[in-house]
Design a protein around this ligand. Structure first.
Ligand code: SAM
Length: 321
């Protein structure tokens, strides 16, 4: 499955719920959109993913949300997806708040790895940014993910001026000491901070300057992810680690975009920042219709632009980031 610019689609990002207990300053929905059709069932999610893997060569699925761990049948979803032959990578992005109690079960169900959002190591700041007094729970979730072997565990930090731009060096030291990779994500002009994006956005170049307090050497070109520009870094006392930057704004990676996104209610987004290309629910309900699904997916891909439009109207908790 290719778009009109020849980019092959190999990665499905699947939001399994629009609900989330966090109220992050950069993401918090006032009201999440969504059709009356309700969330796709575990069986519908499996049909969709199986078809994309078996017929179209998708190799990677990431579960996201809202907060995917809110979904009561998450283990069943993971079990179903984990059994699909040819699916090489099954990952999840989570706020980590309830991961401690479920990391082992998720691993046993077939989840390969997790990205955990962590915007500050200062509990008051964490609460101010996310709206939840939950830093301790996230740190326990990180430990549990490592212990369960959900590797590599990666940390995601959205850097927002005036919130956590002074925290990046501490976060990097923490990640390196835990043996984890951290990815600093540039704020995108979507969600509640869209109107003040210029004042709140911190580009990769500035984040790297701030990390200069602790990083002694930078070695670029670490491969492995289409989205993150990764560097091997040296730190004092011989410590070494890998840090990534998701630079959707300062250096977009649209040329290598291999993703499509499906929201929990079946809304189809060929691009994170562009308008949705309708819904695929009609191909999944009341019975799975693979030919109709192909037509809907292909029609949407025709409209996938070469580059993202620069601002987005989608609600992140709906589309899944
Ligand atoms: N609840 C999960 C979490 O907290 O990671 C998954 C859903 S969250 C919407 C997915 C990703 O979107 C997170 O990494 C989050 O930090 C990112 N995100 C949300 N709004 C953003 C924005 N305005 N700019 C950049 N990243 C954003």
């Amino acid at each position: 499955m290719q778009d009109v610019f020849g980019r092959a689609i190999g990665y499905l990002r699947l939001s399994v719920t629009k609900e989330c207990e966090s109220r992050c300053v950069y993401c918090r929905p006032t009201e999440s959109p969504g059709s009356a059709s309700g969330a796709l069932s575990a069986g519908e999610i499996e049909s969709l993913a199986r078809h994309l893997v078996e017929k179209h060569g998708v190799r990677k699925v990431r579960l996201t949300g809202g907060e995917p761990m809110i979904r009561a049948d998450l283990i069943e979803i993971v079990q179903r997806l984990g059994k699909i032959d040819g699916l090489e990578d099954l990952a999840m992005t989570t706020n980590g708040l309830t991961l401690a109690g479920q990391a082992k079960a998720l691993k046993e169900a077939g989840l390969k790895r997790v990205n955990i959002s962590l915007d500050s190591l200062d509990s008051e700041k964490y609460q101010r940014i996310t709206g939840v007094d939950g830093l301790g729970r996230v740190l326990r979730g990180i430990d549990a993910a490592v212990a369960a072997g959900l590797a590599p565990v990666k940390l995601n930090t959205v850097v927002v001026r005036g919130e956590n731009d002074h925290d990046v060096a501490d976060l990097l030291l923490f990640a390196v000491d835990q043996g984890l990779e951290i990815r600093f994500i540039e704020l995108m002009p979507m969600g509640p901070l869209a109107g003040q994006w210029e004042q709140r956005y911190v580009p990769e170049s500035e984040i790297r300057q701030r990390l200069g307090d602790v990083v002694t050497t930078w070695r670029p070109g670490v491969s492995g992810s289409h989205a993150a520009r990764r560097y091997r870094v040296g730190l004092p006392y011989g410590r070494r680690g890998v840090v990534g930057f998701v630079t959707a704004m300062s250096c977009p990676f649209c040329d290598s975009c291999n993703r499509i996104r499906i929201a929990a209610d079946g809304t189809y987004y060929p691009c994170l920042m562009d308008r949705p290309a309708g819904s695929i629910v009609g191909a999944l309900r009341p019975v799975f219709e693979p030919d109709l699904l192909d037509r809907l997916l292909e029609k949407g891909l025709v409209g996938k632009e070469r580059e993202h439009p620069g601002t987005g109207t989608a609600v992140m908790t709906h589309i899944g980031g």
